[in-house]
Design a protein around this ligand. Structure first.
Ligand SMILES: Nc1ccn([C@H]2C[C@H](O)[C@@H](COP(=O)(O)O)O2)c(=O)n1
Ligand SMILES: [Zn+2]
Length: 146
């Protein structure tokens, strides 16, 4: 499997863990040695999921969780693979973490103020973003041994 397909597949698989009834988002952070250093998905804060109804305003975004789940000292020069274009709040985190590029699958909220603001900040911070173009369009996982 091509490395980039693997990294986006990791983001897609991570998104499968989200309990968001409407949009499941995954993120996978990769360092300059092409090693995965953090993955995450959108979820309610730890310990809150069973006590509060799902709320968009309280959810921790996939990018935030991937950053907080990092297994390296810092994320400078890393790439982030996301299944949905980052919002303005996540864009700030990505910029401040020193990441070097954003690769996204969906841009379904392209016209929203949050996405427009995120794009403006990435441009000003000179962080390129590009739509993911897969080599393989489908990954089949067999989890049962035969
Ligand atoms: N870059 C993003 C954008 C959104 N999310 C999360 C936040 C919500 O859980 C969901 C969006 O819900 P919708 O407005 O489609 O009902 O996705 C994220 O984690 N990262
Ligand atoms: Zn966000």
């Amino acid at each position: 499997m091509e490395p980039e397909d693997y990294f986006m597949a990791a983001a897609v698989l991570s998104a499968r863990r989200s309990r968001d009834p409407s949009t499941q988002v995954g993120a996978c952070i990769v360092n300059q040695d092409k090693k995965v250093v953090g993955v995450g998905y959108n979820k309610m804060p730890n310990g809150c999921e069973d006590h509060m109804p799902w709320s968009r305003s309280k959810v921790c975004h996939a990018e935030l969780n991937a950053i907080l789940n990092k297994n390296s000292a810092d994320l400078k020069g890393c790439s982030i693979y996301v299944t949905l274009f980052p919002c303005n709040e996540c864009a700030k985190l990505i910029i401040q973490a020193g990441m070097k590029e954003v690769i996204y699958l969906s841009d379904k909220y392209n016209t929203s103020p949050e996405t427009q603001a995120a794009k403006l900040m990435f441009k000003q911070a000179k962080i390129p973003f590009r739509k993911f173009l897969p080599k393989e369009t489908e990954v089949v996982l067999q989890l049962q041994s035969v």
